[in-house]
Design a protein around this ligand. Sequence first.
Ligand SMILES: [Zn+2]
Length: 435
Amino acid sequence: MSPPTIVTTEGAVKLVPDRFRTAWPSAQPLLVADRNTWEAAGKAVARAFSEEGFDTAEVLLFDEPQQVHADQAHVDAVKQRLGQEDLVAVAIGAGSLNDIVKLASYECEKPYCCVPTAPSVDGYTSPNAPITIQGFKQTIPCAPPQLVIADVTVLRNAPMAMISSGYGDMVAKITGGADWLIADALGVEAVDRHVWDLVQLPLRGRIGSPKALMARDPVAIDDVFSGLVETGLAMLLFGNSRPASGSEHLLSHVWEMKGLSFGGELVSHGHKVAMGTLITTAMMTRISEIPLDAILSVWNRNPGISFDTQQVALETSLGEKLDIDMLRIAKEKYLIGVQLQERRARIASQWLHIQQSLRNQLVAFEELRKMLEQAACPVQPGEIGLDRTMVRYGMVKARIIRPRYTVFDLAYECGILEALIDEVVDSGRWFTSFA
Ligand SMILES: [Zn+2]
């Protein structure tokens, strides 16, 4: 898949027609927007097309009062219009709208152009679209847009909650990176240096000005947006979401499947991962403090258990049966005999190295909390409706919803996951307010 051409500048909406014509000389645009994004940028894009001499700029407006969800019905609606020979879609919107058009265009075997309206997600340039099909969210592989034209003026005027959410999704790259370092140290999944650098080298700069971001400072907005775009490109280059997503996203996925809402509204992706980032930072910080001797003595007391025993323990702590996918992943991750011995030997030999890598990679918990606070992200579980039970549930389940190796696997294999969960939830060192 070739990477998209990205234009980020003030007043970029005016450039859309010219770029569109250069990319697809014989095509006509189909502008896809919702109520809010039509006001934010859609009208201006339509005007620019007519000023450039396009006689028709067809419009598909999702004119519904509630937020547009990325689901099959919306994808089908776009596909129906795109079926006409010479139309190429211009998605004017943020996460969901872009995902709808991305999948619809892909299924019609057409390219498309994206005009982002908020620096809220890293999905603009990613090679997949999370779509809800028959009630289940599925991440479907599909081509990214060929053109991304971001108007910084539009991004600056995005709703504050969306800007804050984008910041949360950027901060998540700290722990996502730390998980990759752990997997690399244990020989589970090697770090790809080029892809790593793309996300991690600029990261501290991208998230360094939360106060300015909340003041809608153009440079801070551009930083977060560029960081999100870089992350999307890194996923495209690497072929999956490893460069952008680790234990913090797993927590977010679990809560999302539970429909986590607060004050009657679904909690945004970025705010769930911001909370996930704080929780996994707490876990990783503890791991960087625990001496190897303590792990060795846990292992001495626990020579390994059968899969059936492990399954019962998991189902007891979750209070539910494992479904077929979780059972499969739990089985894939289950180690016994020689494999268990080898993994423990590797953890032991890499322990100091892992601890040092974590110290280098992490932003100190207190500092991270302050940054998130300044960016209006949640810093206490209670602020997004999480009670103690749901935090615990997430921390147990996160490990078995995806094959990806993260700090949850390391803690589990060290035999300290439950103790860490207790500490994160109950010690008062990390969090004090729950729903
Ligand atoms: Zn994310």
